[in-house]
Design a protein around this ligand. Structure first.
Ligand code: PGA
Length: 253
């Protein structure tokens, strides 16, 4: 049985002090929510303060990105070790906004996943197709390319630490959600790709989260599906009440 993961991607929102306030509210409302892993991903400037705010709680903290090198002349970049040292346990890699606005490719995603492993961070690897690609009937091919190229070279022990987030780009921040059946169908397809790559036993253990306009009104339905093992929430994670109410829907699975 996969333990559900509810992750909040704050994107470029919240100053450090605002982030600490939001975190305190999440810690408070999230008390006693056993049976689900809650992860929050604030911007870099809030990470240290948020990590110390969650210290005595089960809430985990993720970075939203890393660079693949360990250190050096890479102005503006942050390494996996830097996140690990301040208390992050996870890192989001290959979010569609990074792919779209910052030119991230599957090869870069692959190097970033390796860097996360060497620092002991659990990567939340995002994949997803555009509306155009879906309408052209290419969604599965696109996802296959992202998975096969993104996960190239990893053995089973590394692969067992990967978390995948399927985020159809047309559903991000648009208010349009994939129906739970559409999402589950793609999740099952992703699991079949993982079976080809790493074998059925391991594929069954990997968490596949859904992301794209997840909110309290649709999270129950999405999380009731067999292959949807959690959600990656953007907009609705900026409000502690809605984020925790989404987390609670994972308990009804
Ligand atoms: P959204 O963002 O929930 O605001 O659609 C999801 C994401 O991009 O991770």
């Amino acid at each position: 049985m996969r333990r559900p993961i509810i992750a909040g991607n704050w994107k470029m929102n919240k100053t450090s002090s605002e982030g600490v306030e939001l975190t305190k509210a999440i810690v408070g409302l999230g008390k006693g929510l056993d049976g689900v892993d809650i992860v929050i991903a604030p911007p870099f400037t809030s990470l240290a303060a948020v990590c110390s705010t969650v210290k005595d709680s089960p809430i985990k903290v993720a970075g939203q990105n890393i660079f693949w090198e360990k250190s050096g002349a890479y102005t503006g970049e942050i390494s996996a070790d830097m996140l690990g040292e301040i208390g992050c346990s996870h890192v989001i890699i290959g979010h569609s906004e990074r792919r779209q606005f910052f030119g991230e490719t599957d090869e870069m995603v692959n190097k970033k996943i390796s860097a996360a492993f060497s620092a002991g961070l659990l990567p939340i690897v995002c994949v997803g197709e555009t509306l155009e690609q879906r309408e052209a009937g290419r969604a599965k091919d696109i996802i296959k390319g992202q998975i096969v190229n993104g996960f190239k070279g990893f053995d089973n022990s590394a692969a067992s630490k990967i978390i995948i987030a399927y985020e159809p780009i047309w559903a991000i921040g648009t208010g349009k959600t994939a129906t739970s059946d559409e999402a589950n169908e793609m999740h099952a397809y992703i699991r079949s790709l993982l079976t080809d790559l790493f074998g059925a036993a391991l594929a069954k253990k990997i968490n596949i989260l859904y992301g794209g306009s997840v909110k309290p009104s649709n999270s129950n339905e999405l999380l009731s599906k067999e292959d949807i093992d959690g959600v990656l929430v953007g907009g609705a994670s900026l409000d502690a009440d809605s984020f925790i109410s989404i987390a609670k829907s994972a308990l009804n699975r």
